[in-house]
Write a protein that binds this ligand. Sequence first.
Ligand code: ATP
Ligand code: MG
Length: 462
Amino acid sequence: MKKKLSNKITFFVLGILVIVISFMVLFTYHTFKNFYKGQLSIEVIEELATFTKLLEEGIDESLVSRLIIEKDTQRDIYILYFNENFNLIFSSHQLEAEKLKNYQKWVAMQVDDGGEQVHYVDTGMDFHIPHVWAYQSVERNGVIEGYFFIDRDTGDFEKAKQQLAILLLSMGLFTLLIGVLLTIYLTKVISKPLITIGKTTREIAKGDFDIQLSISTDDEVGQLAEDIREMTKQLKEFRDSKREFISHISHDLRTPVTYIKGYSAIMRDLPEINEADLRRNLDVIYNESKRIESLVTDLFQLTKLEEGRIVLEKELTDITLWIESIIASRQLMLDHQSITCHVTASSENIKASIDPQRLGQAVINLIENSIRYTPKNGLINIRIREESGRVIIEIEDNGIGIPKEELPKIWQRFYRVDKARSRDRAGSGLGLAIVKEIVELHGGQVNVKSTEGEGTVFSLSL
Ligand code: ATP
Ligand code: MG
C-alpha cells in the first residue's frame, strides 16, 4: 500500500504544530512566571522600605510595631525587627522559638556575607510552598540600629502560576485540535480530485477514451484535469485516424489485389487463350500492380514526412527552369489528354532555396491532379512571381473544379471529393496530403481556390 498524500501532509503539519505550540506555551509560561516573581520581590522590598523609612525618620519603635501588628497579623506575612545584635525587638506574630532562631540565623548570615536582599526559600522549614525572605537594615546617622525581616509565602503566586499553566495548556491543545481537523479537511479536499483523476487516467490507459472527467475548478488541479481531457481527446483522434487509415489502406489494396487474383486465375484455368485476350488480361494485371506500387510508395513517403524523418537537401534553384523541366517529364500525359500547359514568369531569374526533388514531387502531384480532373483539350496555366520576398507558384486549370464545402477536406489523407466522378477509379487521395507536408516542411504554404465546373487554382507560397 502506498502512503497516502493526505496522511503525509497531516503528520507533517501535526509535527510542526506540536513543536510551535509547545515552544509558545513554554515561552509564555516562563515570561509570565518571571514577571510575577519580579512583581512579588518589588512588593516585598517596598514593604520593608516603608517601615525602614518610618524608623529612620525617628518615628517611635512602639508606634511602628503597633502599625505592623495591626496590619499583618491577619495576613500570612511575618515581619520582624531585630536590633544590631540580631535580638528580636518586635514581631507581627507570636513565634515558636525554633522558627525565630531560623530567621535570626538567616538574617545574620545574609548581613555577614553581604548577600542579596531577597531570597526564595524552598527548603529548611515545613513550608508546603516556597516562601520569600528578605531583610533591610535600618540606619540612623550612618550607624546600623537594626534589621527588618519579612517572610511572605508565595501562595497567590503559586496559584496564579498553576492557573496560567492550565490555561496555556488547554489553549495549546485546543489550537492543536483545530489545526489537525483543518489539515485533515484540507488534505481531503485536495486529494479527492487527485484520486478521481488517478482513477480516470487508469481507465484512459486501458483504452476507454469516452470516460468523462468532471472536475472543473479554476486552480492547478482543474488545469491538470483540463490537460488530461485534452490529452484524451488527442489520443482518441489518434486512435480513430489510425483505424480509419488502416481501413482505407486495406480497402485500397484489396481492389487491385482482387483484380490481379481474378485475372491470373482466369488465365491459369483456361485450357487455351488467344493472343489478344492474353494481352488485355496482362495489361489489367500490370496496371493494378502499378496502382499498388504507387499506393505503397505514397504511403511510405507520407509516413516519413509526418514523422519528420525527411531532411531537405536545399539548393538555390531557378524556379522557372525547374518548373519547365517538371512539365517536360509529364509531356506524354498532357499530350495523351490533349491538354495545353503554359508557364509564365513575372520576371527572369526568380530563385528560391528549395529541395528540387521533394518539392518537385509536390508540384507533380498538383499538375497530375490538374490533368486528371480536366477534360480533354483543357488548359493548364502555371504562373510564377515574386511578392514581398516570397516566391508564388500558381497552378490553374479549367477543369471540373471542387465544390466549396469540400475545399477544407481535400488535404486529408484518402480524401476524394466524389468517388464516382473520378474517372476510372483514379487516385487514392494521398496526393494533396503529401503536397501539404512537403510545402510546410519548406516553411511555405499551399492554398486552393476553386469554382465547380470552371476550374481550380492551387498556389504555393515559399
Ligand atoms: P492521388 O493523388 O493520391 O493519386 P487523388 O488525386 O484523388 O489521389 P488528391 O491529390 O489528394 O487525391 O486530391 C484529393 C481530391 O481533391 C481529389 O480526389 C479530387 O477530387 C480533388 N482535386 C484535387 N485537385 C483537383 C483539381 N485540380 N480539380 C478538381 N478536383 C481536384
Ligand atoms: Mg492527386
